[in-house]
Design a protein around this ligand. Sequence first.
Ligand SMILES: NC(=O)c1ccc[n+]([C@@H]2O[C@H](COP(=O)([O-])OP(=O)(O)OC[C@H]3O[C@@H](n4cnc5c(N)ncnc54)[C@H](OP(=O)(O)O)[C@@H]3O)[C@@H](O)[C@H]2O)c1
Length: 245
Amino acid sequence: MKTILITGASSGIGASLARAYAADGVTLLLWGRDAARLDAVAAACRSQGAAVTTQAFDLRDAAGFAKLLAAVPVLDIAIFNAGLGGTAPADVAAEAPEVVQAIAEVNFTAPIIGANAVAGAMSARGTGHIVLVGSITESFPLPMAPTYAATKAGLKMFAEAFGIRMEKHGVKVTLVSPGFIDTPMSRSVTEPKPFLMDADTAAAIIKRRVAAGPRTIVVPWQFAVIRGVANLLPRALLRRILSRV
Ligand SMILES: NC(=O)c1ccc[n+]([C@@H]2O[C@H](COP(=O)([O-])OP(=O)(O)OC[C@H]3O[C@@H](n4cnc5c(N)ncnc54)[C@H](OP(=O)(O)O)[C@@H]3O)[C@@H](O)[C@H]2O)c1
């Protein structure tokens, strides 16, 4: 019997991950905001044999989120996937404070609170896997999404540091860095989306790779190559290229 928590399970990658993991002997805890979409994902997962509970909840309520997590059973896998896209409009210079706060709370604060909240019980049992869904933007100073990129860069640093910290407790930490995956979030992006992958394919790859317990996963893999090449460029040249995108 496996118990798996997935945040952001009402849409996109999270919904696909839920369906990918749904099977006999699996208990899924599916969290999101939209109760109706969450129920539809839960019904699909039950039809595949999984036991499912749902929680419609805004994880910007940090104290409430920690309290909910304190009440969950010990998890085999906790996937903190919920995220808020953040392309800043081109016709204004700066991002609005309330937008900055929302992106930071959903993409950075919540998964870090979540990882810490579940790590105690996992480490007491000496096993468990925490999966944090970041973004390949963590490696690029994107002028069209400065706050979004910064939250994902921060999450990347947390995943690495927390992974080292959890090693001696038997808990694995994996950072998943998607490129472009076809979901409601990416459909709002108007720029070109190279190597766009459908969410079910991405979820199948993530599930298969997570099972091996690596520190990082990039999906689609082409973005690992793009990042490798970008890292070879002088930073000033990278900034110049990005300023023209
Ligand atoms: N799609 C891509 O190309 C791409 C690329 C890089 C990284 N990512 C990352 O992948 C993850 C999943 O994104 P996606 O593309 O699947 O996006 P999505 O289809 O927009 O789904 C986002 C999920 O996060 C949930 N969520 C957002 N704000 C929330 C809040 N305040 N409280 C609780 N849940 C909240 C949404 O819940 P409701 O819908 O119920 O509100 C939804 O289930 C995110 O972390 C994103 O940054 C995606």
